[in-house]
Design a protein around this ligand. Structure first.
Ligand SMILES: N[C@@H](CCC(=O)N[C@@H](CS)C(=O)NCC(=O)O)C(=O)O
Length: 197
């Protein structure tokens, strides 16, 4: 399978998960502005939404959306224990956090990436600061966000929290910092980051 990615974008989540999974995969970089891939293909022919992550399976089927691709990788590599089995409460706690990261946290950055209006950016920062404070309190009590061990929700949370660095003068969030350092140390994370550098 092949992951279409852009360096440091949300597709780093699936890149990390693929590195952890032991599955065979390749990667192809996408320029999100021009919608061209590193092999000069029109990315819109692959995914008309023009967004990463996009996963192309070996039979050329295309799978899109962070939440779907993360679960697909986890379910294809059960030995990696990235998501608990169907019926186990940990699975649904993980999916709950995965949804939170996608719909509440990831999307809250939107104005910071797209808006030209400072007031809209300031409002987005306020919203994000509340969420960071909430996550910091949670991570003070929990080593990983959803369950006792690393899951697909941690990978996505890690990637979206990396984007904090674009916000100037943020308050300190010591438990978020510790969480980020823990995830930084995972060999698969180092590998994915090195491949995207
Ligand atoms: N709903 C999509 C959103 C993915 C998304 O926002 N991807 C960004 C990179 S982090 C992107 O491709 N942006 C380019 C664009 O929207 O044109 C998902 O969850 O996969």
């Amino acid at each position: 399978m092949k992951l279409y990615y852009s360096p440091g974008a949300c597709s780093l989540t699936q890149h990390i998960l693929l590195c952890m999974s032991g599955l065979e995969f390749s990667i192809e970089r996408v320029d999100l502005k021009t919608k061209k891939t590193e092999h000069n293909r029109n990315f819109l022919d692959v995914n008309p939404r023009g967004q990463v992550p996009t996963l192309e399976l070996d039979d050329h089927a295309i799978l899109t959306e962070n939440i779907a691709i993360a679960q697909y990788i986890a379910d294809k590599a059960p030995n990696a224990k990235l998501l608990a089995p169907i019926g186990h409460i940990d699975r649904y706690q993980t999916l709950s956090w995965l949804s939170y990261v996608a719909t509440e946290l990831h999307k809250a950055y939107g104005p910071l990436f797209r808006s030209q209006v400072q007031a809209e950016k300031d409002e987005a920062i306020k919203v994000l600061e509340d969420k960071f404070a909430y996550l910091d309190a949670r991570l003070k009590q929990h080593k990983f966000i959803a369950t006792d061990c690393f899951t697909i929700a941690d990978a996505y949370l890690y990637v979206v929290l990396r984007w904090r660095k674009i916000i100037p003068n943020l308050p300190a969030y010591p438990s978020i910092d510790q969480f980020m350092q823990r995830i930084d140390e995972i060999p698969a994370v180092k590998k994915a980051l090195a491949q995207e550098a």
